[in-house]
Design a protein. Sequence first.
Lengths: 131, 299
Amino acid sequence: MLRIDPRDAVPIWKQIEEGLRRLVGSGSLRPGRPVPSVRDLARELRVNPMTVSKAYQRLADGGVLVVRRGEGTFVAEGPPQLTRAERAKTMREGASRYVSLAATLGVSKDEAAREVAAAWDGPRRGRGEES
Amino acid sequence: MSGEAVLSVEDLAVRYGPQTVLEGVSFQVPRGSVFALLGRNGSGKSSLVRCALGLQKPARGGVRLFGEDAWASRRRAMGRVGVVPEHPDAPPELTAGELLAFCAPFYPAWNDTSARDRLERYSVPPRVPFGRLSKGQKGAVMLALALAASPELLVLDDPTLGLDAVARRALYDELIGELADRGTTALVTTHDLDGIEPIADRVAVLRGAHLVANETLDALKARFRRIRCGPAAAPFSWEPFEPITAAEKDWGREAIVGNFTEERLGAFRARTVSDNVEVVALSLEEIFLSLAGTAGGLS
């Protein structure tokens, strides 16, 4: 499920973009399957439709979604494949952002590593954030 | 896409006798945006909305609505604006259906079918006079009237005031649907900051007759942080941050800053003796409180 937190410092369009990327990446949203219309997702998440639209546009530009005129928006059949070097670079950048976040919050290296392991097993599980 | 402003407020001043309610207020509502106009009670929001709708003549400056002076051309412009006023007002003896029939001739782009569908969806009883409807039902009638005009600009003046949670949710659903279907520009004044935060894309804050913020919500949220810092040896300074509020606590210091960037955080950490620095993002409500609520207390 796609979850967003309007209070987060990360803009909502980015939360939606990253959330859908994760759902596609994990196989929860399979290639060729439709995604909700902008209107439906906006109402479900209770956000501005332009925000959803911006996330969809970026995902379409990135080859994750395809828009078929008159039919809707779908997960791309062949999700974009990164080269080994691109993948390593993306991982390094993500890790560096995460480490600076952890340092900002005064979190230890071990604790940060445990969070990664927990997130890997299932995002947000057992953190009392259900609403 | 930007560029064209549906509403442009230019150096606006409003006075009631010796009292200045608005002074030097300027901002633009770009087409397609959802603009949240925030301020405490008495901060001049309602006067500003009245000027924007051409219902009040400002002491200085003016408002351009669709490129024309709002005061001079109010009759022409009103056909393109849908308004849900702070206090729903309509002839009390007319039913919702009669109100629709009464308003329709004034609006060139009136959509009667969608208006009647809406009244049904909002469960407004068709044969009860307006004066005997509940607060939520009156608001629903006003919203149905406003949207029936297929407005280019929707003005919602404190639309959730007095609504229960269910009615509030229905109102946001309706607003989101309208934005998705028609890309309507919206100007919203509200005290329901949690409700409007995920919908607004621009925010302006009025305080003491002046505008103290006017930018995109993303920009506003990016530059505000609460920073907590453990005990540090004197002399202490928040530089390069500029605190809007700062306090000393038992455990250290806390400030809300309005000029946060990662670079400034790096510089602050490099200079600060304490290795215990915590940075927390703020909700729109918390940002509003720091901008508008630091003085005054109850009023």
